[in-house]
Design a protein around this ligand. Structure first.
Ligand code: BYC
Length: 337
């Protein structure tokens, strides 16, 4: 059996004969279920139910797409960063997001789905990316708000994914979470500088937080009673907590941080509930969330259009890289792509 540290195993094949001539997968299913129950990692060559594979591809693809689309709203400010230091930090952050996309597309490839196939689906509007990246970055303070709130929400959601039952996804998340922590801190530090700056800078920071707060809460997905995938994903230990649990955890973390920043959160219903041991918060506008998912957010069209254009304009790079690899593999120098 595989453990967290073990090399990939052909778990199904270790039980030769478990799948009989009629294609009965019951014995394989039992081995898979036992591995999940024992908190072991499922590895690429292990037998897994088709629906488990499909769920992972769906979630990992959506996650990977979010990373690369997420580069756009932040890159919007690289040329206008207020100092060389801020520009260097922002460039490093945007570059990190591309790296995260790469780890995640690679994790999806271990499930038998190529990056090309996933990108085609994204460009055709057949796969989603996070709702949050359909909002515009109107001022420099938005870079801080994204770091503090969006990366903060991402970490809250993604730290439990380091214990996801699928090995390659879990391992990719370890590095991603470390980098996201740096991103979150740069956002907090940026907002703190603005909040303690001139009255205009303080107002700019507050305005950014006002605009990003509610969309950040939506990042965790629909409420538990409307989350169609949660129960199965939690049974498979892909997800470790429900959408609402993680959303609550995020709110509880943010309230004291907002106080330290000297900023307020735009929710009149936000107050500590002694009985629950959590902050209560006001109703989320789920109509807005579903509209953004349907493609009707402020920047949906612009984001996908820019992504398609970048892909087309990068075709020559892919061709050149393929030709180079082919040449060094002893081929005839023709691009394989
Ligand atoms: N946006 O049954 P549910 C980041 C979809 S951060 C768009 O609860 P699930 C970054 C959902 O896909 C963001 N769609 O689904 C940060 C499903 O539709 P489909 C990326 C959403 O999968 C900073 C339907 O709604 N992080 O990368 O159990 C800088 C029903 O939902 C959203 C991840 O992707 C949403 N917010 O739970 C740069 C983390 N929420 O697929 C980059 C990994 C829900 O049936 N993903 N939907 O058509 C997850 O943890 C889970 O997929 C979710 C949703 C919690 C997001």
């Amino acid at each position: 059996m595989a453990t967290a540290a073990a090399q990939p195993t052909a778990r199904g094949q270790a039980y030769g004969g478990a799948q009989d001539d009629a294609g009965d997968t019951t014995a394989y299913q039992r081995v898979f279920d036992a591995a999940v129950a024992a908190d072991e990692r499922i590895e690429p060559r292990d037998w897994m139910p088709d629906a488990y594979r499909a769920t992972l591809v769906r979630q990992i693809a959506q996650h990977a797409h979010s990373e690369i689309i997420g580069m756009q709203p932040e890159a919007n400010w690289i040329t206008r960063a207020p100092s060389l230091r801020r520009k260097a930090i922002l460039m490093a952050k945007v570059q990190d997001e591309a790296g995260h996309g790469l780890y995640l597309y690679s994790a999806a490839e271990t499930l038998g789905t190529s990056r090309d196939e996933l990108l085609d689906k994204l460009h055709a509007g057949r796969q989603k990316y996070s709702s949050i990246f359909n909002y515009p970055t109107l001022t420099w303070a938005d870079v801080g708000a994204i770091g503090w709130l969006v990366d903060g929400a991402a970490i809250t959601n993604q730290v439990p994914l380091c214990r996801c039952s699928y090995g390659p996804y879990a391992r990719a998340m370890v590095r991603i979470c470390k980098e996201e922590s740096f991103h979150q801190r740069q956002g907090y530090e940026l907002l703190l500088a603005l909040s303690k700056g001139t009255p205009e800078q303080h107002a700019m920071a507050q305005d950014a937080v006002n605009r990003w707060w509610w969309p950040s809460l939506m990042m965790f997905g629909p409420p538990d009673d409307e989350s169609q995938h949660s129960a199965q994903s939690m049974a498979w230990k892909i997800k470790r907590h429900s959408n609402d649990e993680l959303r609550q955890r995020f709110v509880d973390i943010c309230v004291p941080q907002a106080e330290s920043l000297g900023l307020t959160l735009p929710d009149p219903d936000l107050r500590w509930n002694e009985e629950r041991g959590h902050y209560d918060f006001g109703p989320i506008d789920w109509t807005e969330f579903w509209e953004v998912l349907k493609g009707n957010g402020p920047c949906n069209e612009q984001r996908i259009e820019q992504r398609r254009r970048a892909h087309e304009e990068g075709a020559w790079v892919r061709e050149a890289a393929a030709a180079y690899a082919d040449k060094h593999a002893g081929g005839n120098g023709e691009a394989r792509a």
